[in-house]
Design a protein around this ligand. Structure first.
Ligand SMILES: [Zn+2]
Ligand SMILES: [Zn+2]
Length: 133
């Protein structure tokens, strides 16, 4: 087992993977998450900066939760984020619904679409799809 110091409080602990936080700080972070989530539900127009100041959570941490899709702002909130792909306004995650749908389609549809022009490995569609990805 690896021994490391906690990113937050600096205490030495047995590192088991994931975020470099000791058990206590992990628990604290989860509590914070619940707090932030509740705050956003109650203050639909709160900005990230406001949440950060009110609850003493870093903007970086809030953004991370959003990108992990753990945190989402409501439909009538004035907060937006940009889709990583097309830059359109979104409220959670990294991509807008359209880009997400497109990416799923591209992944699933490659084999079908390419079939007429491809001759190689025709007998092994599973392998071919793997290569295409
Ligand atoms: Zn700690
Ligand atoms: Zn997009």
């Amino acid at each position: 087992m690896e021994v490391t110091s906690c990113k937050d409080c600096g205490r030495i602990f047995n590192y088991i993977g994931g975020v470099r936080l000791c058990v206590d700080c992990r628990a604290k972070l989860e509590d914070k998450f619940t707090e932030v989530k509740r705050y956003i539900e109650e203050h639909k127009n709160a900005t990230v900066n406001q949440v950060s100041e009110e609850l003493e959570v870093s903007v970086k941490q809030i953004n991370q939760w959003i990108r992990e899709e753990r945190l989402a702002f409501s439909e009538d909130s004035s907060i937006f984020f940009q889709c990583d792909k097309c830059g359109t306004n979104i409220r959670t995650g990294r991509f807008c619904d359209q880009c997400k749908a497109e990416m799923t389609r591209n992944l699933g549809g490659l084999y079908k679409r390419d079939t007429p022009t491809r001759q190689k490995d025709r007998r092994d569609p599973a392998k071919m799809r793997f290569l295409d990805m």
